[in-house]
Every structure is written in C-alpha cells, then in structure tokens.
Design a protein around this ligand. Structure first.
Ligand code: SF4
Length: 167
C-alpha cells in the first residue's frame, strides 16, 4: 500500500511527480483513497491485503508525529512483520530516531541532484549510518532480552527438576 502522509515538503524538485491535487497540501491518501480518519488507512490495507506500506509525500518527516502514529497503527493491527519503508529528503536525526522508535523498518533517502556525486560525504552519509546503527541496537537489545528470558526459564526449570529429584 502506498501511504501518502502529507503533501507538505520544503523542497521544489524540478522533476517532482506529485500531482497538483496533493502537492504542498496537508492531505493524506492510502493508495487513491482520501484518508480523514485512521480507520480509512486500515480499511484500505485490508481491502488490498497489504503486507507492507511505502510511506511517501511530500516529505513524511514534515508530518513526523502523524507518520509515527500510522506506523504504530499498522503494526498493531497487522503485526510486527508488516513492513514499512519511507522516502525522505530530510536528514533530521531526531525525527529519524522517532521513526525508528515507532517501528519503521527501512528508510530510503532521496538525495537532491546537487549532492549525487558526493552523497556519502554529505549529511545523508551519517543519517543513513545512524539509522542502521539504531536499528541494529534495537535488534541486539531484543536479542539480549530474549536470551535473558530463556536463561531465567531454564534456571527455574532446572531448579524444579533438582527439587523433584532430591525431594
Ligand atoms: S522532495 Fe519529493 S515531494 Fe518534495 S519536491 Fe522533491 S520530489 Fe517532490
């Protein structure tokens, strides 16, 4: 499903493909369906049996709170495996962190043409690395919690077994 979260955008790319109906207007669409309430997003996702969402605009980071709300909404309804990826031209680290915390799976930076030859040395380099590091940290944290839960479970099981054998 294509989730167009806002037509707002601080850029004016000469090749911008967004229609006049949506561009620079704070409107939301799920595919071609106009969204006026959260349930509209879920209805469209159910109707097309979506397994993920491509989040676009405008710039979704210009409506970051709303974008985070939709990510949480979709994951709560369809499960953590519902894949979300997002397109942006922004490198705002605080907003990217918010998105990662909301559960965004993938971010795709739309590098402005003037930076194509030197993107890695621009703000897009660290922004991409920070996002990857945040995602990896979350994975490691989840793995550590899983190991701790498993260890506690087996310790309790072994203690019970020992009690049974000795008692
Ligand atoms: S960043 Fe995207 S939405 Fe904004 S003007 Fe450029 S192409 Fe259009």
């Amino acid at each position: 499903m294509v989730l167009f979260v806002t037509g707002l955008c601080s850029f004016h790319c000469f090749y911008c493909p967004v229609s006049d109906e949506k561009m620079y207007k704070d409107v939301v669409f799920a595919d071609e369906k106009r969204v006026t309430k959260d349930e509209d997003v879920l209805e469209e996702a159910r109707a097309i049996r979506a397994t993920g969402a491509g989040i676009t605009g405008g710039d979704p980071l210009d409506a970051v709170e709303r974008t985070c709300r939709y990510i949480r909404l979709l994951k709560a309804e369809f499960g953590a495996g519902f894949h979300t990826h997002l397109y942006t031209m922004s490198t705002d680290a605080a907003k990217i962190r918010q998105l990662a915390e909301a559960g965004l799976d993938e971010i795709r930076f739309h590098v402005p043409p003037g930076l194509w030859a030197r993107a890695a040395g621009s703000a897009f380099g660290p922004a991409g690395r920070d996002h990857v590091i945040t995602a990896r940290m979350d994975e490691l944290r989840a793995a550590r919690q899983w190991i701790e839960r498993q260890t506690a479970f087996w310790e309790r099981a072994m203690a019970r077994l020992k009690d049974d054998l000795e008692g």
